[in-house]
Design a protein around this ligand. Structure first.
Ligand code: ARG
Ligand code: ZN
Length: 377
């Protein structure tokens, strides 16, 4: 680690001196050409370095790669500006996009465990803006990280699509639905009692996602609700799987997806009673009308009917699909909720990296920024 860091800083120093040399050479060239033209009296037309207009101190929340800070400099000659990181006590912690000036963390900071040089959650980095004539100026930027203490509570609406008649077992009880909410609030808060079974090599990176769920209490019309809709399933077996998302094709329309997490429950069994797909969850940034997760009633909650024979009986399908909805991809990390094709009893944890990914979608410009704003205003 140390070697890599010193290599990085050697590389950065090298770069820095190279740039200083180029600045000197271009200044000299400019001076020589002015001196030679013999016109006398005119002010030499020396290129001017860019000027920073962005602030030198900035605050951001922890657990996100994004800082939200963007370096901005103006150039008198109006040439293209390239931004780079050229120093500062915490330079190795940052990346900058050369053209946009957007600054991000290499590793998402954690307020409780600061990793800046003087361990005070104030990260120091020197940014340079260089114009096309290699003239550059520097800015000492301080980024203060504060703890993301806003516990996000996401309201859920469950659309139950039941078969044949209201008595059918697919018309699951409210009790069964609530048993799923209990599982989610354990799994996402690192309160699941089977954590002991996490693979040894991943024990140190298990994390509390700091996200909770509750049944919606107010519907889109502002009326009180228990967060459950019930509809006779008219989507038909062989039909387009998207039918489930729309009332006019036999399913149920989503409630506004920038305010609720929509969960559609359907009969996922084939003729032999097996649950094929397991479930699906839409990533952030998709069609708002189909945004949410779809789960067979046999894999939802912990109360019967649950497909114990297929190890889908602990409510982990919903944990997994909501993971997708929160931007998580599959991983080959044993005992992770985002591992696929493993039994419910082997899905046990989210990692710190996954938390950073999830919290990034709620930050400025993130895929669920609007939901976050609606839930925290
Ligand atoms: N295969 C589905 C997916 O990758 C769901 C997997 C859920 N697995 C489970 N043991 N509950 O999205
Ligand atoms: Zn999956």
């Amino acid at each position: 680690m140390r070697t890599v860091q010193s290599l990085i800083s050697m590389y950065k120093e090298g770069n820095y001196y190279l740039k200083r040399m180029l600045v000197l050479v271009s200044l000299l060239t400019a001076l020589i050409s002015c001196g030679g033209n013999g016109s006398g009296g005119t002010v030499p037309d020396v290129n001017q370095a860019p000027l920073f207009t962005s602030t030198s101190s900035f605050s951001t929340l922890d657990n996100s790669f994004k800082t939200g800070y963007q370096a901005v400099a103006t150039d008198k000659e109006d040439t293209a500006i390239i931004y780079s990181i050229t120093g500062g006590a915490d330079d190795v912690d940052f990346l900058i996009e050369p053209e946009s000036g957007a600054v991000s963390f290499v590793i998402a900071p954690d307020f409780e465990h600061p990793h800046d040089e003087n361990i005070d959650n104030i990260y120091e980095v020197e940014i340079s803006a260089t114009d096309s004539n290699y003239a550059s100026s520097r800015l000492n930027l301080k980024i203060t990280v504060s703890g993301n203490r806003v516990l996000l509570v996401i309201p859920i609406v469950v659309h139950v699509l039941y078969q044949e008649d209201t008595e059918h077992e697919s018309n699951i009880t409210e009790e069964k639905i609530l048993s799923q909410i209990v599982v989610l609030n354990k799994d996402f808060r690192m309160k699941n009692t089977d954590l002991d079974n996490v693979a040894a090599e991943f024990k140190s990176i298990v994390t509390d996602m700091e996200i909770e769920f509750e049944m919606a209490k107010v519907d889109p019309n502002g009326e009180a609700t228990n967060g459950i809709t019930r509809t006779l399933d008219l989507t038909h077996e062989s039909a387009d799987e998207n039918n489930i998302y729309f009332g006019n094709s036999g399913g149920h329309d989503a409630w506004p997806t920038n305010e609720y997490l929509n969960i559609w429950i359907y009969d996922g069994s084939d003729r032999l009673g097996n649950i094929g797909l397991g479930g699906r969850g839409q990533f952030p940034g998709g069609d708002p009308l189909t945004d949410g997760v779809v789960i067979p009633y046999q894999a939802f909650g912990t109360i019967n009917p649950v497909a114990r024979n297929q190890n889908l009986h602990l409510g982990r399908t919903a944990t997994h699909e909501i993971g997708h909805w929160l931007d998580l991809r599959h991983v080959e990390m044993e005992t992770n909720f985002m591992d696929t094709y493993v039994p419910d009893q082997q899905m046990l944890m989210f990692s710190e990296g996954q938390k950073a990914t999830v919290h990034s979608i709620f930050s400025d410009g993130g895929g669920r920024e609007e939901l976050y704003e609606n839930l925290t205003k």
